[in-house]
Design a protein around this ligand. Structure first.
Ligand SMILES: Nc1ncnc2c1ncn2[C@@H]1O[C@H](COP(=O)(O)OP(=O)(O)OP(=O)(O)O)[C@@H](O)[C@H]1O
Ligand SMILES: [Mg+2]
Length: 379
């Protein structure tokens, strides 16, 4: 039997940390969240909260000194803070050497190239002239900030080099990629323990709107066996090579029978929210099991399909009124609200719906979504 860590610290107080709170209680793990503000999503519900910035080495050190293992709600923790954390001697999962590949998109592209895993064609851009040269080959490119991007922030399509001048002046270096005309986007998730045991989740179909995850279907309908196999192989190869501990998500573009890696995340991921209600072991519980050194859980889906739809801030400010309508209209829907103030297009929750018929599940999940986020929507 492995040694289990009981006291878990989470850096960041967003919705991902919040969704760890329930599973932590079930497993009798003591979760402490480091959050900026007591009103942050996870800070509202965690039994133990430390107030401080995840970017502040002192605050991170304090967290590390009070727990057995530290994990993350988001990966954008500065290197100084990670170094301070390492000095406390607590376990850090995923380890900073692995986390790098989720923090730095250039390091990630270099790693994938080394592992001979297909990526979009990519360029390291340090000057406007380099971008202009790359544009001569492709006409249009996706330019990305190397660090700090999320939900499509830090991703821009450009046709002329000038369009990236502001980012280049600020960051000095950017990643440019060819535009992949994909059939659809996929998400592959694997959980890995410190001892290297791994469990895969079914590969899912993801749909992004304005660079932001909007809908997920698990498993990806009609996925060719070869594509699913390759998605799992890629996730396993990356997890093993860099020593991930916890959940790894690999965002993929499917083009016919081929897949290209978009990016990596080393934490529970939006593409796995379906598993909270649709799989034997949800991704938040699985992440905690892995970082706590507990055996991993079964990842099998309960139903033929689960559809997850994100609730993005719209016209309704008080979501509870809409939630009551949705729960009445679609009794099978599982609702997850993040306790966040509603702002335009902000992720404020999600719904899950499991069953047999994907078309019906999609319709009903969107019905619930609209009732929750839009003022005056009728059943
Ligand atoms: N090379 C590409 N070709 C085509 N579309 C792309 C490409 N890169 C990104 N996109 C689109 O933009 C979305 C966001 O890109 P990416 O995942 O790199 O950004 P992010 O802001 O880091 O996202 P996340 O919210 O997942 O952290 C992708 O899901 C995809 O829809
Ligand atoms: Mg992404």
């Amino acid at each position: 039997m492995q040694t289990a860590h009981r006291r878990i610290g989470v850096i960041g107080g967003g919705q991902l940390a919040r969704m760890m709170v329930g599973p932590a209680a079930e497993l009798a793990l003591e979760l402490t969240v480091l959050a900026n503000d007591p009103q942050e999503s996870a800070a509202q519900v965690a039994a133990s909260v430390q107030l401080g910035s995840p970017d502040d080495p002192e605050a991170v050190r304090r967290l590390g000194n009070s727990v057995d293992v530290v994990t993350f709600d988001h990966e954008q923790v500065p290197p100084e803070a990670l170094r301070a954390l390492a000095e406390t001697g607590c376990a850090i999962y995923p380890p900073p050497e692995a986390l790098l590949y989720a923090q730095d998109k250039l390091a990630m592209r270099e790693l994938l190239t080394e592992l001979e895993i297909d990526s979009p064609r990519w360029w390291r851009i340090e000057s406007s002239a380099q971008l202009a040269d790359a544009l001569k080959e492709c006409g249009e490119l996706v330019v990305k900030t190397v660090r700090g991007g999320y939900d499509g922030n830090g991703v821009r399509r450009v046709k002329t080099a000038r369009e990236a001048d502001d980012w280049l002046a600020r960051d000095g270096v950017l990643l440019a990629e060819e535009i992949v005309f994909f059939d659809r986007e996929l998400g592959a998730q694997v959980a890995r323990t410190p001892q290297g045991e791994m469990r895969h989740y079914p590969t899912v179909e993801t749909l992004q709107r304005s660079g932001r995850c909007y809908r997920v279907i698990a498993p990806a309908p009609g996925i060719p066996e070869g594509v699913d196999k390759r998605a799992r192989e890629i996730a396993a190869a990356i997890a093993e090579r860099i020593g991930v501990v916890g959940m790894l998500a690999v965002e993929l573009f499917q083009v016919g029978e081929k897949v290209y890696v978009n990016e990596l995340a080393m934490r529970p991921h939006n593409c796995g929210h379906w598993s909270m209600d649709g799989a034997v072991t949800g991704q938040f519980e699985q992440h905690l099991r892995a970082v706590a050194g507990l055996p991993l859980g079964d990842t099998a889906p309960h139903s033929r399909h689960t559809v997850m739809v994100n609730l993005l801030g719209d016209t309704r400010q008080d979501l509870r009124a809409g939630a009551a309508l949705a729960l009445a209209s679609v009794p099978a829907v599982k609702l997850h609200l993040y306790g966040k103030e509603v702002k335009h297009r902000r992720k404020v929750g999600h719904v899950n719906l499991s069953g047999e018929d994907v078309g019906q599940l999609i319709d009903a999940a969107h019905r619930a979504e609209k009732l929750i986020v839009r003022e005056g929507e009728k059943k």
